[in-house]
Design a protein around this ligand. Structure first.
Ligand code: ATP
Length: 236
């Protein structure tokens, strides 16, 4: 049994069908990526997995538990955390306050250890822990959003477009942290428009087009596939 099993998932916004019956697995310990252009349904898929939107049809099983009617806060307690598109940090709160919020669903309040781990991962957050998060650059906000998600000690981390709007250098740093998180035992479902960066890291990738999975394979298979190279890597 895979850690996450998605079957025939359909998600609609009123009459608009954003996700049209997709199925995929995420095995424990893997980095799995969903790639695709704007509007393919990637964000909708992640928001459905974390309970923010209810699917019209289909099933989601996380570690054997059916999720489609579980509320979002319970899904966090079950071990799935979401670092959303656009980061959604709280700009007037300090870095530390933002991070501690990520642990809100935990019963134990022993969050100092986790805070230390996040600070080890992203030393810049430690240096600026008392600063309002709204003063941060895009890259720093991305680190904060990922750090906040890690505060719930997730088994599965959903990452929505972590590289969006970042300089190449910062993007490299974020992607290498994704690899570090996996090495530390976190399973990762990564949504990216930057197909190249995502596929280099991914064990398995799925290509979404207008709500459907049109191609899947290992990271190296997709990186060298003619279809992916033409459509997503800008090659002839
Ligand atoms: P992006 O990279 O632009 O976020 P995406 O692959 O994540 O793209 P989604 O944001 O999931 O795509 O959007 C899928 C489809 O659903 C699009 O056609 C989009 O216009 C539509 N959509 C997304 N959010 C809403 C909403 N709140 N109400 C109505 N339609 C929506």
């Amino acid at each position: 049994m895979a850690l996450l099993e998605v079957r025939d998932l359909v998600v609609s916004y009123g009459k608009i069908r954003a996700v049209k019956g997709i199925s995929f697995d995420v095995e424990e310990g893997q980095i799995v990526c969903l790639i695709g252009t704007n509007g393919a349904g990637k964000t909708t898929t992640l928001r459905t997995l974390s309970g923010l939107i209810r699917p019209a049809k289909g099933s989601i099983s996380f570690d054997g538990t059916a999720l489609t009617s579980v509320p979002a806060h319970k899904i966090v307690s079950l071990g799935m955390a979401h670092s959303p598109e656009g980061r959604r940090i709280f700009p007037r709160m300090t870095v530390e306050e933002n991070l501690r919020l990520g642990a809100y669903s935990r019963r134990d309040k022993e969050t100092d250890d986790d805070l230390r781990k996040v600070f080890d991962l992203f030393p810049v957050l430690a240096e600026r822990r008392s600063q309002p998060a709204g003063t941060f650059s895009g890259g720093e906000q991305q680190m904060l959003a990922m750090g906040r998600a890690m505060m719930s000690r997730p088994r599965l981390l959903l990452l929505d477009e972590p590289s969006m709007g970042l300089s190449p250098l910062m993007m490299k740093k974020i992607m290498s942290t994704v690899a570090d998180l996996r090495a530390g035992g976190t399973t990762i479902l990564l949504v990216e428009q930057n197909a190249q960066a995502a596929l280099k890291l991914a064990d398995v990738g799925y290509v979404l087009e207008v709500g459907k999975i049109v191609l899947s394979g290992t990271g190296p298979e997709l990186l060298t596939s003619d279809e992916v190279r033409k459509a997503y890597l800008g090659e002839d």
